[in-house]
Design a protein around this ligand. Sequence first.
Ligand code: NAD
Ligand code: MG
Length: 398
Amino acid sequence: MQTLSVLGATGSIGLNTLDVVRSNPSLFNVFALTGHAQVEKLAELCIEFAPSYAVVMSQKAASQLKPLIAHLDVEVLIGVEGLEYVASHAAVDTVMAAIVGAAGLKPCLAAAQAGKRILLANKESLVMAGQLFIEQVKLNNATLLPVDSEHNAIFQSLPLDYQQDYLHKSISDFGVSSIILTGSGGPFRDTPLQELASKTPAQAVAHPNWSMGQKISVDSATMMNKGLEFIEACYLFSVAPEFIEVLIHPQSVIHSMVRYQDGSVLAQMGQPDMRTPIAHTMGFPERLSTKVQPYDFVTGGDFSFSQPCEARYPNLYLAKQAFKQGQETTTVLNAANEVNVAAFLNNQIGFTEISQLNQLALETYQPHKATCIEAILSIDTEARHTANQLIAQHRRVN
Ligand code: NAD
Ligand code: MG
C-alpha cells in the first residue's frame, strides 16, 4: 500500500492519476489532494477518495470548499506552504507532481528534500531548476520517475539495470547511442505557414491525439512542449543536447525511442493515454492494470515520421538554444512562454506572436547566475514582468 499525495488533482494528469487509483484501490491510500480554484471538482474528489488533507491556493477557495466537505474528516490547507506540507509529510510515500507551470517547483523541491518517491509530470521543475532539483533528489535519496509520456517511454526502453538508481548512472555505459524524442507536431503540422498567424485559441487547443490542459495543448501546437521536453530529457538522462534527436510522429503511438550502438532501436508504444505512463510510475517496478484499451495494430493505420522545421516551430529551436545557456535562461524562456501563452488564450496576442515575444524576452532580459531556488524564482518573477511589458508595448504598436 502506497500513501499518495496528488498535487494538481483537479487537472488532466491529476484526474488520470486518480483513475489509476480507482483501478487499483487496494494499492493506494490517498493522503492529500490539491487544486487551485476548481473547488467543486476538488470537493467531489474528496468525497470519493477521503484524503486527510485538501489544499487550495486562496482563503476564498478554502471557505468555499469547507462547507462542501464539512461531513468528512478532511483538513483544508491554503497556499504554497500547504502544498509543501503535503508533499513532504512523514506519512507520504509517493507524490504525484502534476501542478502546471512554475507553481509546481517549490512543492516538488519539498518532496525531493523529504526523500519522497516523486512521479514527475511538472516538467517546468526541470526546465527552471534542472541542476538544483536533481541535486536535491540525489542528496536526499529521493526517487524521480518520469510521467511525461516521452520520458517515460525512454525510461521504459532503457535496461532495468539502468532504471534502478538511474540518476547516479550514465546511459552511455549501457550501449545507448542516442535518444529519439517523438512529438505529434500538433494541430497545425500541415497548415500553410502563412495561415498560422490567424489561428485561434480554440483551434490551438484542439490537439489531434491527446486530451490535455490548455497550456500544454498550446505548447504542443507551437512545439514549445517538445522544447521543454528536450530540456527535461537532458537533465533526467544527464545527456548533452547532441544526444537527442527530435522527430515528428503524427500518430502518437510510439511515445519515444532509444538507439543502441549495435543498431537496435527500442520503442515504447501504446494508445495516447496518459494513464499508461502514470500507471507505470505508480507501480514501478511492477505493472498495474488500467482501463486503457489495448492498441490495435491492424486498425491503427500506418506510422510516419518527419523532421520538425524551424520556420513552423521556432519555439522548439529557442528552447534548444536556451538550454545551452543554462537553467537561468531556460527559466526566462519558460516564464515568458507561460505569460505569452496566457495572453494568446486571452486573445491579446496572435499565435505566431507567442514565439516572437518569447524570443524578444530572451533578448531583453539577461539573468544573473542562480545558485539557489530563491534566485531562480526571482528570475522567474522578473522574466514574467519583462514578458508582460513586451506584450503591452506590442499591443500599443499594433
Ligand atoms: P491542468 O491545467 O489540466 O491541471 C493543472 C493542475 O494544477 C490543476 O489541478 C490546477 O488546479 C493546478 N494549478 C494550476 N495553477 C496552480 C497554482 N498556481 N498553484 C497550485 N496549483 C495550481 O494541467 P495538466 O495538463 O494536468 O498538466 C499538469 C502538468 O503535467 C504540467 O506541468 C504539464 O506540462 C504536465 N504534463 C501533462 C500532460 C497531459 O497529458 N496533460 C502530459 C505530460 C506532462
Ligand atoms: Mg509529453
